[in-house]
Design a protein around this ligand. Structure first.
Ligand code: ZN
Length: 410
């Protein structure tokens, strides 16, 4: 059974983290800055050393390819992103890219060829902190956004994506190609694996999202003279609706989640019954039908509460992002790779979006999660254990080689 070189993988992650390193041990590698260029250049240099060929497409996605024995087969790809949050960590994104590189190095060392080519992708602007939208590179690749739209997006200084790409030398010309499969290794960015002492998260898919802006209109009035039974209290309605959001998310199946994260109260004075509240609702679920049922239930609750509180409750949907179910056979190979090596593993869903979510729309896709310390990410103190990082990479190796078809060379 082939194994990756754990020390080499860890060292590559640490070497990459020196590019844009922050005082507190994190990384600041904002997309399409000169620091991002240095990270990209390092990745490309390592890939060339490993004998891979490099292509860059119009949105700056990098594809490093190790040839297969059957040039007619589409590549089996792995990847993630090299950009970080303004005060990000060493593992978010970097892990998926370095894991892909480590797998190629391992195959090279062992003299193993594969039938299908193997590709490592570094997607542009996954984080979305300098340019919106997030997951821009994979979004363009998967046809979610047009290239011209993405190139025209500007940062707060008025610099466009197209200008920034040219400035760092990563405005490429490669056209999108077919991928036979796509795998992404990532730290969990949540607490489940660590809390359950599990090494590998077998990711079933990513949660769909439906976001609402809610406007509740009643009548503001004096807190003293206005009797309780005649009030039209928008805040009371908002409180009741918040409790219902929580009830729905805790009673519906399929990894339901519900959050009220913003509340604006008018006139926001301690001795005035509030006449107006604007609030947000964020619903997530692994199954589209259940997500719809949650929304239907929310609408029923809103209508009932409007009557009870003598207010109007208006729900406006502002974001719909469908759930993605990963490819069953690839998910099976992740589970199989974990079992073969004796790693503890459990099924999990991704609550966050990843490049894999867009890739799942155009190619069979799966993800491998490993624990991160305290379940925290998007911060400089983000951390992970070298053993877990290597374990995830070994699982990825199994799944990728199985899909690509291995041939032992003489
Ligand atoms: Zn990430």
């Amino acid at each position: 059974m082939l194994s990756v070189n754990s020390a080499r993988l860890w060292q590559s992650l640490m070497d990459l983290a020196r590019i844009g390193a922050t005082d507190k041990g994190g990384v600041r590698r904002l997309t399409l800055t000169d620091v991002d260029r240095r990270g990209r250049d390092q990745f490309v240099a390592w890939c060339r050393e490993a004998g891979m060929s490099i292509e860059v497409d119009g949105i700056g996605n990098i594809f490093a390819r190790r040839a297969g024995t059957d040039p007619a087969l589409p590549p089996v790809a792995m990847g993630s992103h090299l950009d970080s949050q303004p005060s990000g960590g060493k593992f978010d994104g970097a892990y998926g890219v370095m894991a892909g590189l480590e797998i190629v190095r391992t195959l090279n060392d062992a003299g193993v060829r594969t039938r299908a080519p193997i590709e490592v992708a570094a997607w542009t602007n996954e984080e979305g902190s300098r340019f919106v939208p997030t997951m821009m590179g994979s979004g363009v690749y998967a046809g979610v956004y047009g290239l011209d739209f993405a190139l025209g997006q500007k940062d707060i200084e008025g610099v466009s994506v197209g200008e920034a790409l040219r400035a760092i030398g990563y405005a490429g010309e490669a056209k999108p190609h077919r991928m036979g499969a796509y795998f992404e290794a990532h730290i969990e960015q949540g607490p489940v694996l660590e809390q359950t002492k599990t090494t590998i998260g077998v990711v079933m898919g990513a949660l769909g999202q439906r976001w609402f802006d809610v406007a509740i209109l009643g009548q503001d009035s004096h807190a003293g003279p206005t009797p309780m039974e005649t009030r039209r209290d928008a805040m009371l309605a908002a409180a009741k609706l918040t409790v219902e959001v929580n009830r729905i998310a805790t009673t519906f199946p399929d990894y339901a989640r519900g959050t009220v994260g913003q509340l604006q109260v008018k006139p926001n004075s301690r001795n005035v019954v509030p006449g107006e509240v604007r609030m947000t609702v964020d619903f997530r679920n692994a199954k589209d039908a259940t997500l719809t049922a949650m929304v239907d239930e929310l609408k029923r609750c809103a209508a009932r509460i409007a009557g009870e509180c003598r207010v109007s409750v208006d729900l406006k949907e502002v974001v719909y992002f469908p759930p993605s179910e990963f490819a069953a056979d690839l998910v099976d190979s992740v589970r199989e790779g974990s079992a073969m090596r004796g790693y503890s593993h459990r099924e999990i869903v991704s609550g966050a979006a990843h490049d894999a979510v867009y890739m799942a729309r155009i190619a069979p896709t799966a993800m491998v999660f490993v624990p991160c310390e305290g379940g925290i990410s998007h911060t400089e103190i983000e951390n992970a254990r070298a053993d877990d990082i290597a374990a995830g990479c070994n699982v990825l190796l199994h799944a990728v080689v199985k899909r690509a078809g291995a041939l032992e060379s003489a």
